[in-house]
Design a binder for this molecule. Structure first.
Ligand code: SF4
Ligand code: SF4
Ligand code: SF4
Length: 429
């Protein structure tokens, strides 16, 4: 089986196909700290793509309450258990060696355990029936997309009363958080690796992973192999479907919204009420096959420079392209399992953001156009305090975002302007 380089694992890994990369990669950052669980994103996707017969239980975008919720139910717990059993059989551990951290090529160190591809290879061999360790969820598990909504762990104190020890930073004792999820348009997709019909492909122009509806025969191997359970079976057509990354918007095909043909953000991103999402395209370097170093791209800055945004379960090995700013109140062992060893540094940097990070965070959900480049104009000092015993200063910098053509599409300041309505217009628009 060929070996490919996975930068999130900091090493090469087995994958059924040779290493190949698109020219650009669809990617996004979700800031969990801001998600209010309103499900507007979920409905934006559903009303655009999955409102037809046979798609009733198909939620390409979903928002689940962690730690108990999940769609399909227990998707991550189940796969982690399968992987744990695989490691126990081999007498190894799914451990990270964070001491081998090295810039952007190995930002989190080296993963020393087995990915879903390596675990399947060990168990079933290169010609085995499974290319990636996985399972097919039962019908029951797909039935309740928002099960355990708002259910916290470690509840203490009395109903209706504040219980300070439960909700004191740095780690709350009583906690939950919302995890918004779409297909990760993985660099090494489990769904693609497992499809015996070769019906799944990754587009060379933007890295979007699609299922060819003509070729698919509904064997559900993708449903089994996607570790994030984002390939779904439609019983009325007997073929599988998945998030299409709203590709007409990425292609800039809507003449009304984007007459100059520049990429727009997707439906679930642009609808986000909590302003938690920033989506775009990152350029892939033909020579190094990695993200092109681009200090002025907001995605590159958040993921590779500041390292505040982390992949979801990087240990699965698919190199997902949706990154998360972890929730700062959640116990760290849980977050380290979910986002890898970069969690502590990411939260530290998010809790006391650098001047540049604070400006870049203003770009989230501010325009429908995908932002390819930003510039910052320095402003005056507006606030001083201490965070974690260290002095911290806020500046009212202005950030300017540009589309793919280099045209300015947004200009905003750190301090949001406020407008006071005249008295006579109180409660009116
Ligand atoms: S998240 Fe799942 S469905 Fe999406 S590309 Fe990755 S493996 Fe395939
Ligand atoms: S990117 Fe588009 S297709 Fe995918 S989950 Fe979001 S709205 Fe749905
Ligand atoms: S629209 Fe935004 S804030 Fe609301 S649930 Fe979705 S990701 Fe969270």
């Amino acid at each position: 089986m060929p070996k490919v380089y996975n930068w999130q694992l900091g090493r090469k890994m087995h994958y059924p196909y040779e290493e190949r990369h698109p020219r650009w990669q669809f990617a996004a950052v979700f800031n969990i700290n801001r998600c209010i669980g309103c499900q507007t994103c979920t409905m934006a996707c559903k009303s655009t793509w999955t409102f037809s017969k046979g798609q009733e239980q198909m939620w390409w975008n979903n928002v689940e309450t962690k730690p108990y919720g999940g769609y399909p139910q227990f998707w991550d717990v189940k796969l982690l258990q399968h992987l744990d059993e695989a490691h126990q059989r081999e007498g190894t551990e799914a451990a990270w060696d964070a001491s081998q951290k090295d810039g952007t090529r190995r930002p989190y160190g080296v993963f020393q355990g087995m990915t879903i591809f390596e675990a399947a290879l060990k168990r079933y061999g290169p010609e085995g029936h499974m290319r990636a360790l996985g399972y097919i969820p039962s019908d029951e598990e797909w039935r309740s997309p928002n099960i355990y909504e708002d259910t916290a762990t470690g509840h203490q104190g009395s109903r209706g009363e504040l219980h300070p020890p439960g909700t004191t930073l740095p780690q709350h004792k009583t906690w939950f958080f919302y995890l918004a999820r779409i297909c990760n348009h993985c660099t090494y997709p489990g769904c693609l690796a497992a499809c015996p019909r070769k019906a799944i492909y990754k587009r060379p122009e933007d890295g979007i992973v699609l299922i060819d509806q003509q070729r698919c025969r509904g064997y559900k191997k993708c449903v089994e192999a996607c570790p994030y359970k984002k390939a779904m079976y439609r019983p009325t057509t007997r073929i599988s479907e998945k998030c299409v990354a709203c590709y007409p918007r990425i292609e800039g095909k809507d003449p009304q919204l984007t007459p100059d043909g520049v990429p727009l953000e997707t439906r679930c991103m642009t609808a986000c009420v909590g302003k938690i999402r920033l989506q775009g395209l990152v350029r892939i370097d033909e020579r190094t096959k990695e993200w092109t170093e681009d200090r002025s791209s907001p995605l590159y800055f958040l993921v590779k420079v500041e390292k505040v945004a982390l992949p979801l379960y990087p240990q699965f090995g698919t190199e997902p392209n949706i990154f998360y700013i972890p929730p700062r109140w959640v116990p760290r062992p849980y977050l380290r399992q979910m986002f890898g060893p970069g969690v502590d540094q990411a939260i530290e940097r998010y809790a006391a953001p650098s001047r540049e990070l604070l400006a870049v965070l203003q770009l989230f959900r501010i325009t429908q156009k995908a932002i390819f480049r930003y510039e910052i104009r320095e402003g005056e000092k507006i606030f001083e305090t201490e965070i974690g015993g260290k002095p911290w200063t806020m500046y009212n910098d202005t950030i300017i975002g540009y589309d793919r053509n280099g045209k300015e599409v947004v200009r905003t300041a750190v301090e949001e302007p406020t407008y006071e309505r005249p008295k006579e217009h109180l409660n009116s628009i």
